[in-house]
Design a protein around this ligand. Structure first.
Ligand SMILES: CC(C)(COP(=O)(O)OP(=O)(O)OC[C@H]1O[C@@H](n2cnc3c(N)ncnc32)[C@H](O)[C@@H]1OP(=O)(O)O)[C@@H](O)C(=O)NCCC(=O)NCCS
Length: 137
């Protein structure tokens, strides 16, 4: 098992994994999300591989103030074996190296399994509202 920064050639496997575990949404193009993260100077996607199989991913980015995590995914038949925790540890290490002092993420309220997972690995819900607006022209 290795965790490393992924590259352009992994796009197909990554987007297939995200679809498999239900992380894709009609209003987001997963391949664009992937490539944008790879191309940004302060973001990347880490992948957990077992041989040639991509078992998990986590997208990380440092915005200059905080570190953010997106697209944490573990293949359905490999879940509950500690890989999600391993990926989050790798994400934290990557963000520390970038100078981030706090790690944040957003979870859909109906994703109860993910909320339980994050609670189990030490995350707490903050008393904040998340506001957003599209920047499309
Ligand atoms: C969330 C996800 C990444 C967790 O990965 P995982 O490899 O199954 O998690 P781990 O095996 O590392 O679990 C770490 C701890 O969380 C616990 N945990 C994991 N899923 C849990 C669940 N559904 N309910 C309760 N506890 C859970 C584990 O028991 C483990 O506890 P322990 O260390 O005390 O034994 C995985 O379930 C997944 O890919 N889900 C679909 C995609 C998703 O929702 N991603 C998050 C988007 S915000």
């Amino acid at each position: 098992m290795t965790i490393e920064e992924l590259g352009d050639d992994d796009a197909l496997a990554v987007t297939a994994l995200w679809a498999e575990v239900g992380l894709t949404r009609p209003w987001n193009d997963p391949e664009s999300d992937y490539r944008r993260s790879l191309n940004g100077p302060t973001s990347t996607v880490l992948g957990l591989r077992e041989g040639s199989v991509l078992v998990g991913t986590v997208m990380v980015g440092h915005d200059g103030h905080r570190g953010w995590v997106y697209y944490l995914a573990v293949k359905t038949d490999r879940q509950r074996r500690g890989h999600g925790r391993q990926l989050m540890t790798a994400a934290e290490e990557w963000l520390r190296r970038q100078g981030a002092v706090k790690i944040q993420l957003m979870v859909r309220r109906d994703n109860i399994a993910a909320l339980r997972f994050y609670e189990r690995i030490g995350f707490e819900e903050g008393d904040v509202a998340v506001l957003a607006r599209w920047l499309k022209t």
